[in-house]
Design a binder for this molecule. Structure first.
Ligand code: SAM
Length: 250
C-alpha cells in the first residue's frame, strides 16, 4: 500500500517550507489539495508538477474514499491545504481518519502553522493552552463562547478573519475583563506582520482606530484568568452543606 503524507505549506512567506516537504511533494504520485489552482502557484515556485486532485470541505467524504482506494492500490499521496498545516481549521480529518482505520501509514511532514507561529512570539504562557479554532459567526454566539472561556486558567487561542476582527474584539470586551492581556498576531510571516501584546481595552482601541489593523489574517491569543485560590476554597458553610449532601447520598 502507499502512504499518505500530511504536508505543511507556508502561511505567507514562501521560504517557510521544509526540504522534506519539497522532496515529498516531488516524489508522491498524487497531491490532494484544498484548492488545486492555489497550490499550483506554490508548486510552480518549487518546480513541482505532479498530478493534483481536489479535497475540500464540500467533497471530502467522497474524495477521501477514492483516495483510500488509490493508496490501497499502491499510490503515495500528499495532502496539502491552502496554507499551513492541513486539518488545523482546514480539510483533511475524514481522510486521515479513514486511512488510519484502514491500517495504512499516515506520515506528518511538519512545518508552518499560524497557531504555533503566533504562540512562539506572543510572550504569553504556552506550557498549556487550548486552541479554539474560528469563533462563532454571530455576536450573541461569540459572547457566549467567550464567557464560557473567561475563567480558563490557561492561554487560549482563536483564528479570526479580517471581516470579523473588530466585532470579535468588541464581543470579547463585552464579557472579559478589559485589563486581560491579549496578543493580536496579524499577517504572520508576511510583509505587514504585526504582533501586538497589550490589554484587551487597548487592543480594541487600536483595531478601532487603525484601519490597517483590520486587514489580513489574524490569530488572537488570550491570557488565562488569574484565579484567586482563596475564592476557590469552600467556606465552612459550604463544607457543612457538602457533608450533609454526601451523607444523604451514601
Ligand atoms: N491550517 C492553517 C494553519 O496551519 O494555521 C490555518 C487555516 S485557516 C482556514 C485560516 C486562518 O488561519 C486565518 O483566518 C487566520 O486566522 C489564520 N492564519 C493563517 N495564516 C495566517 C497568517 N499568516 N497570519 C495570521 N493568521 C493566519
Amino acid at each position: 500500500c502507499g502512504k499518505l503524507y500530511v504536508v505543511a505549506t507556508p502561511i505567507g512567506n514562501l521560504g517557510d517550507i521544509s526540504f522534506r516537504a519539497v522532496e515529498t511533494l516531488k516524489q508522491v504520485d498524487l497531491i490532494a489539495a484544498e484548492d488545486t489552482r492555489h497550490v499550483g502557484m506554490l508548486l510552480q515556485h518549487y518546480g513541482i508538477s505532479n498530478k493534483r486532485v481536489s479535497l475540500h470541505q464540500h467533497n471530502e467524504d467522497k474524495a477521501s474514499q477514492v483516495l483510500l482506494e488509490k493508496l490501497q492500490a499502491g499510490l503515495s499521496i500528499a495532502l496539502v491545504s491552502d496554507a499551513g498545516t492541513p486539518l488545523l481549521s482546514d480539510p483533511g480529518m475524514p481522510l486521515v481518519k479513514l486511512v488510519k482505520e484502514a491500517g495504512l501509514d499516515v506520515v506528518p511532514i511538519p512545518g508552518a502553522c499560524a497557531l504555533i507561529a503566533a504562540l512562539s512570539a506572543a510572550g504569553l504562557p504556552v506550557s498549556q493552552f487550548t486552541f479554539e479554532g474560528f469563533t462563532p459567526r454571530t455576536s450573541s454566539a461569540r459572547k457566549s463562547f467567550f464567557s464560557e472561556r473567561a475563567l480558563s486558567p490557561v492561554t487560549w487561542v482563536v483564528y479570526e478573519s479580517s471581516h470579523r476582527i473588530l466585532a470579535c474584539l468588541q464581543d470579547m470586551a463585552a464579557v472579559l475583563p478589559l485589563d486581560r492581556e491579549i496578543v493580536i498576531a496579524r499577517e504572520l510571516t508576511k510583509l505587514h506582520e504585526t504582533i501586538v501584546k497589550t490589554t484587551l481595552a487597548k487592543a480594541l482601541a487600536l483595531v478601532e482606530s487603525d484601519e490597517n489593523m483590520r486587514k489580513g489574517e489574524f490569530v488572537v491569543i488570550v491570557d488565562g484568568a488569574v484565579i484567586d485560590k482563596s475564592e476557590q476554597e469552600l467556606s465552612p458553610e459550604h463544607l457543612r452543606i457538602l457533608a450533609v449532601l454526601l451523607k444523604e447520598c451514601s
